[in-house]
Design a protein around this ligand. Structure first.
Ligand code: NAG
Length: 308
């Protein structure tokens, strides 16, 4: 089942040629300057690989069925290094290409991140946005969700609309729990950020208390002056830095395959007020396929299911 069309290998090869990898443990292993991992360790990192080294993707029907033959004698350390790289490499190549679901992936990321450490602030960050102003501090407001990407070059350094919550935002674990995380039902592009904005403003009674708290403890406010925006009739607030500070550059890209506009997003949005308590963190299901500590980031591969 280990397989993929030839173009993927070509692309990977040219990427490696143009960008020689960073010098972390992975690189050291490749250079043989680090001892090979133990077979037991490789086994633990690849829970879905079964006896004999077999692997079948759990979330799709394989199009190919491939055996890998390795001529071998007295090269245990090399074999272990190869297995250590090859299993996750092949599993990555087979990860499904079903419809993208940004909000559900954010739910998974927050839950997995909180298993690791007791973070006081979690950022929800699009991959194509680069912050341009050093004064845009990556901290959370103690009471309210924060929206940081208020001035993107794509929108001529302005908010595209007053309730816009897309791009880069931040919540404390407490705020995340209060809004029942994010919706799991937005498959494809659009609307999930509007849903998150709506649910983060669904705690009218709570916010009235918190406004009071914030005025009693002004020193709890983040270093730069966040401005409170009137966002919904409910009177709930989202914190935002001033436009001059929340500058972001968007890396240009074409529409993603597998992330086409979701035609159901407007219907879903109409029901946010009814659904947010039952769809979110408390209804999240997924299967963690692999977790790799890369030198500069942690890479989680998950099966989040498919658009029903
Ligand atoms: C809105 C989208 C939102 C997106 C924003 C900026 C809907 C319901 N909302 O129209 O998801 O972030 O444009 O591109 O489509």
């Amino acid at each position: 089942d280990y397989s993929r069309p030839h173009d993927v290998y070509t692309n990977l090869t040219s990427l490696l040629l143009h960008h020689p990898g960073p010098s972390g443990p992975e690189q050291q292993l490749r250079d043989c300057t680090l001892p090979s991992p133990l077979l037991e360790e490789i086994k633990e990192k690849n829970p879905l690989v079964t006896l004999g080294g077999h692997y079948r993707p759990p979330d799709c029907e394989p199009r190919h069925h491939t055996a890998i033959v390795v001529p071998y004698r007295n090269r245990q350390t090399h074999l272990r290094a190869l297995l250590y790289h090859l299993h996750p490499f092949l599993q990555r190549q087979q990860s499904g290409n079903s419809t993208f679901n940004r909000a559900k992936l954010l739910n998974v990321g927050v839950r997995e991140a909180l298993k690791e450490e007791d973070w006081s602030c979690v950022f929800l960050h699009d991959v194509d946005l680069l912050p341009e102003n050093d004064h845009n501090t990556y901290t959370c407001h103690p009471q309210y969700p924060t929206h940081l990407s208020v001035a993107m070059d794509k929108f001529r350094y302005r908010l595209p609309y007053s309730q816009y919550f897309g791009g880069v935002s931040a919540v404390t674990p407490e705020q995340y729990l209060k809004m029942n995380g994010f919706p799991n039902q937005y498959w494809g592009w659009g609307g999930e950020d509007d849903d998150i904005a709506a649910r983060s403003q669904s705690h009218l009674s709570l916010v009235i208390i918190l406004i009071f708290t914030a005025s009693v403890y002004p020193s709890c406010l983040p270093p730069h002056s966040h401005r409170r925006d009137q966002v919904r009739l409910s009177g709930m607030k989202i914190m935002r830095p001033p436009l001059a500070i929340g500058h972001y550059k968007m890396i240009k890209h074409k529409g993603d395959q597998g992330n086409e506009q979701n035609p159901r997003r407007f219907d879903l949005l109409k029901r946010t007020r009814l659904n947010w308590r039952s769809d979110g963190l408390n209804s999240l299901t997924y299967k963690l396929l692999s977790k790799e500590l890369e030198p500069l980031y942690t890479n989680l591969t998950v099966n989040i299911g498919d658009d029903p």
